[in-house]
Every structure is written in structure tokens, then in C-alpha cells.
Ligand binder design. Structure first.
Ligand code: GLU
Length: 416
């Protein structure tokens, strides 16, 4: 393993850079320096073999000046407090950059879901919601899916919360199954949002997307819908990798049959008309757009020099380390940052929450039109900030986000 990585410190440094470039009021920076709170919980779970195992989990609420805290919950063996804090801060800036009335939060449970039965996962999910119930609520903090959690997990959350409250409150989490007040288009939304951002970036930077070559790391919810949407837009998906391995075909891979294959076999590995490719080879492929859509810290100082794509579009949260960012920018590789690129998920979560509050549900077309509008507008706002100053698109996104946070803090009287 390489050096320990200080996730929260990395986000703080980005804020520092953006703050300097925009002359942010130092009081605003001070108010954003540490999360409002982080709750650490121990969740006892009865395992199928009759023993009890205690799992550790966290819910970090970073900042709520713009509205209730919002952010996913991930189940992962490497989830830790520092990472959850950083991801919560990213949510503050993500919600702000796309103009949502939400603050930022994140949750993490230290576990390896591949080693748990469905029944154990259900007991763990319910136990975690019970443990964080005192600090969440439909107008306080609204969880959602993240790595290794999905609509099914959200169904357990909503049911457990209803039992605690003695009242059914669908707006307590987003990313729910449709039958429980989920929104049409929510599952697809992060990948769809990535596509809208790519489409606008192509307009801004003059890239012809017809036949543009794309390599994607990750084929879960985000990676697979990103692949399908970009394929539909005319891009050529030449490589896709998951945790078990990758596939490559310079003539293009159709992500639709690939997803069916992956669902049957649990991996993209061995899909017809493709050659195997390793994760490192995928990251170093010559292509137009490289899309990390899996875990954080994938493009690092060790491999950034090998990247040969024209663009990187961060569908994952925090896939590029700061050292790698410097190398990429020296190489002239243009990076569309996570807080903008993957904001489609939380945007559709916002629509879901609005529908829950109304108790009235929109057709898919309406969700998609609104998503397109939000993502397009956010891209051009960030692009405007980027054009104005000699900065990266990442810092431009932080400038837009911090500007909104500053305005809200002033309006609420948090700063004078
Ligand atoms: N986990 C997703 C993210 O990182 C979605 C969060 C949400 O919908 O609240 O943006």
C-alpha cells in the first residue's frame, strides 16, 4: 500500500485554492472548515450462523446552510471516518454547484457486502438506520444510495424509519423503489447527468462526439448508465472494466448486451468480441474520454503520467488525487470534476424528494427534462467561471459552489 491518503485534507485544499482565486470571505471558509457533526455508531447484527457481529458506521453532516443535509450511504470494507467526512464535504459543494436546496452529508458502513447474505445485509441496513435515526429526517438529513447500496437497501431504510416513527415518511431517503415513492429516472440519473455534461463540454471545447472513443472504469449503476447514454449519443465505448477484469474492442462495445451478460455472469470479463484488458491498461488507453466511474483515488501520481485520453470525466467521487491533477493539467488533459460530472444522481434525488413532499408523481419525461436543464445550466455556469480566470474546471466548479454558499450564509446572518 502507498502512503495514507488524507481525504478530508484534499477537499480542504481545493476549497483553499478556489477561495484564494475568488477572494472568498475568510469567515465562510472558517464555517466550512470542519463538518457540523460526525456520528460514529456500532451496529450489532445477528449473523445467519447465530453469532453476533458488530459493524462500525458513520454519518457525517458537513454543512446545511443551503437546506437539509443530503448524501448517500456506502457499504465498503475501506469506509472510514476521514473518507466519509471528505465525501460529505463533496456533497456540500456538489449540491451547491448545481443549485439544489440541500447541504452535504455522507454515510459509510465498514463491511464487505459480498460476504454477507441478503438477510444479514437487511439486518445491517435496518440497524444502521436505527443508529443514525436521531440525526436524520425528511427535512433534516436525507440519505440515498452510494457504493454497494441500491433501491432495495433504501426500501429497508424507509420501512425501518416508518417503524421507528410510527408514520410512513417516504421523503426520509431517496433512491427508493418506485413502489415506495421512488422517482422515475432516479436509477439512471447519475449516468444520464454525466452524458449531459459530456455533451455540453463537447460543445464548449469543440469535440465531435460522433465516434468519439470512451473508456470507462466501473460498470455498476453509474458506469453502466454512463456507457449506455454515451453509446446512444454516438460515442464509441472501446473499453470497460469492473473489479474482476476488463474488456476491450477498438471497434466499440455495445453496453446493452454487455450489461445483460454482466448480470448473468457477475462480470464483464469474457464478453464476446472483446479482448481482456487490465484496470491499469484501461486507465492508460489512448482515447478521447476516460471515465472513472468506480472508487476514489484511481488516478494517482504513480499512473497519471500514463494517461493518454484527451479528457477525464469524473463520474466517481474523488477519483483523481491532487498530485495526479497537477500532472494531468501539465499534460493538457482536461478534467471535468466529480462535483459537476456526477451531480445528476443527487439532482434526481432532489426531484424524488419534491415529489414525496407533494405526494404527486411526475412522468419520466418531466424528470429527464428537468435533469437536462439543471446539468446544462450548471455546466455553463462553471464554464463561465473557468473562462474568466486562468484556472482548472475543478477550481471553477468550487468557485461557483462557494459563491452560492457565501450568499446563503450572508442571507442567514451566519457571516456579516
Ligand atoms: N451517492 C450519490 C452521490 O454521491 C447520490 C447522493 C444523493 O442522491 O443524495 O452524489
Amino acid at each position: 500500500m502507498s502512503q495514507p491518503y488524507h481525504h478530508y485534507e484534499v477537499v480542504s485544499q481545493l476549497v483553499e485554492k478556489a477561495a484564494a482565486a475568488m477572494h472568498l470571505d475568510p469567515q465562510v471558509k472558517e464555517l466550512l472548515r470542519e463538518p457540523v457533526r460526525t456520528l460514529t455508531v456500532s451496529v450489532p447484527v445477528k449473523m445467519d450462523n447465530g453469532t453476533v457481529k458488530v459493524f462500525q458506521g458513520f454519518r457525517c453532516q458537513h454543512n446545511d446552510v443551503l437546506g437539509p443535509f443530503k448524501g448517500g450511504i456506502r457499504f465498503h470494507p475501506e469506509a472510514d471516518e476521514d473518507e466519509v467526512k471528505a465525501l460529505a464535504a463533496l456533497m456540500t459543494y456538489k449540491c451547491s454547484v448545481v443549485g439544489l436546496p440541500f447541504g452535504g452529508a455522507k454515510g459509510g458502513v465498514l463491511c464487505d457486502p459480498s460476504e454477507l447474505s441478503t438477510a444479514e445485509l437487511e439486518r445491517l441496513s435496518r440497524g444502521f438506520i436505527r443508529a443514525i435515526a436521531p440525526i436524520i429526517g425528511p427535512d433534516r438529513d436525507i440519505p440515498a444510495p452510494d457504493i454497494n447500496t441500491n433501491a432495495k437497501t433504501m426500501g429497508w431504510f424507509v420501512d425501518e424509519y416508518a417503524q421507528i416513527q410510527g408514520a410512513y415518511r417516504p421523503g426520509i431517503v431517496t433512491g427508493k423503489p418506485l413502489a415506495l415513492g421512488g422517482s422515475k429516472g432516479r436509477t439512471e440519473a447519475t449516468g444520464r447527468g454525466v452524458m449531459y455534461v459530456v455533451r455540453e463540454a463537447a460543445r464548449a471545447f469543440g469535440l465531435d462526439l460522433e465516434g468519439a472513443t470512451v473508456a470507462i472504469q466501473g460498470f455498476g449503476n453509474v458506469g453502466s448508465y454512463t456507457a449506455k447514454n454515451l453509446h446512444d449519443l454516438g460515442c464509441k465505448i472501446i473499453a470497460i472494466a469492473d473489479i474482476f477484469g476488463g474488456v476491450y474492442n477498438p471497434d466499440g462495445i455495445d453496453p446493452y448486451p454487455l450489461k445483460e451478460y454482466e448480470q448473468e455472469t457477475r462480470s464483464v470479463k469474457g464478453f464476446s468480441d472483446t479482448n481482456p484488458i487490465s484496470n491499469e491498461e484501461l486507465l492508460a488507453l489512448e482515447c478521447d474520454i476516460l471515465i472513472p466511474a468506480a472508487l476514489g483515488n484511481q488516478i494517482t501520481k504513480e499512473n497519471a503520467a500514463n494517461v493518454r485520453s484527451k479528457w477525464i470525466v469524473e463520474a466517481a467521487n474523488g477519483p483523481t488525487t491532487p498530485e495526479a491533477d497537477v500532472i494531468l493539467s501539465q499534460k493538457g488533459i482536461f478534467v471535468v470534476p466529480d462535483i459537476l460530472a456526477n451531480a445528476g444522481g443527487v439532482t434526481a434525488s432532489y426531484f424524488e424528494w419534491v415529489q414525496n413532499n407533494y405526494n404527486y408523481y411526475w412522468p419520466e419525461e418531466e424528470i429527464d427534462n428537468r435533469l437536462e436543464q439543471v446539468m446544462t445550466q450548471a455546466f455553463w455556469e462553471v464554464y463561465g467561471a473557468y473562462k474568466e480566470k486562468d484556472i482548472t474546471l475543478r477550481i471553477a466548479a468550487y468557485i461557483v459552489a462557494l459563491g452560492r454558499l457565501e450568499e446563503a450564509m450572508r442571507a442567514r446572518g451566519w457571516v456579516v
